[in-house]
Design a protein around this ligand. Sequence first.
Ligand code: PHE
Length: 342
Amino acid sequence: MERDRRGIKERLDKIREEFFAQIKEISSPVQMQEIKARYIGRKGELTQLLKGLKDLSPDERPHIGRLVNDLKKEIQSFIQQVSLSFSFLQGKKEDITLPGVFSSLGHLHPLTQVINQIEDIFKRLNFRVVEGQEIEDEYHNFEALNIPLDHPSRDAFDTFYLSSPEHLLLRSQTSTVQIRVMEKEKPPLRIISAGRVFRPDATDASHSCVFHQVEGFMVDKEVSLANLKAILAEFISQMFGEEVKMRFRAHYFPFTEPSAEVDISCLLCKGRGCSVCASKGWLEILGAGMIHPRVFEKVGYDPEKVSGFAFGMGVERIAMLKFNIQDIRLFFENDIRFLQQF
Ligand code: PHE
């Protein structure tokens, strides 16, 4: 009896060893079926062993029976795992020659691209980029820029005032940067500054209560209107192309004298007149002028000794002209179909 028992245990160990050695080598479901039949099938080795249990004595049967059954379960669950991985591999008929799935990269917003382009042009002309502040006080947004108390832009309907602290507001123009820089620094200055401005306008295809401006100015001993024209002509030809013409139209701004609005020849009809330029042949792109002596006085410069020019342009307007975009709201709606085109 003792010999029988030891004999069975040795056989079980051997079967176990053989099974794992063989299952490691298989490479197809068919081979797996063969192994399954060999060990746990109706005529399999373990099944035979179980059948032979009846020859053992009644007190040995349960013990040996459990050993055989344990091994059978082990083998069964292993076979199940292996067949699962076979069916997984078969179910996934992947074409490994297909290109991978790309996660799309974002890119800069079209307005940021235009701001960068404008700044790059002026940097090459020796202008320095500075950052302004969006929250301002009345002094920097109006008074120092020679905008009188009764000017309509100072009205609560034309400027966003903060409820507290009082007298603070969201700047309505980037010209505030002229004051901030001149208060801190002495000429010569060549500055460019881009950023958001805020006006409580009703939103439509050409108005938005938030938009962007780029301010530029130069102050030195003998800066003239000719310098302003030369710098703007260079900017326009780099931004829109050499063939684009420029014209100055007399205008009024409280902080420049003389002042002008600057037009470029229509990009679409090249000056012949079309619907984009309202048959005028010209498109207004910026305001400019020679910095007013009173502005210099406010920042402690002597208007007899220094002179300078300033200009300001709307970034959305430039971008709309450059890319032929009809509606300003597209810039702020974050519709990916629009943004992806730039
Ligand atoms: N700040 C003016 C505006 O918002 C533009 C401007 C800037 C005009 C500098 C002249 C000089 O309309």
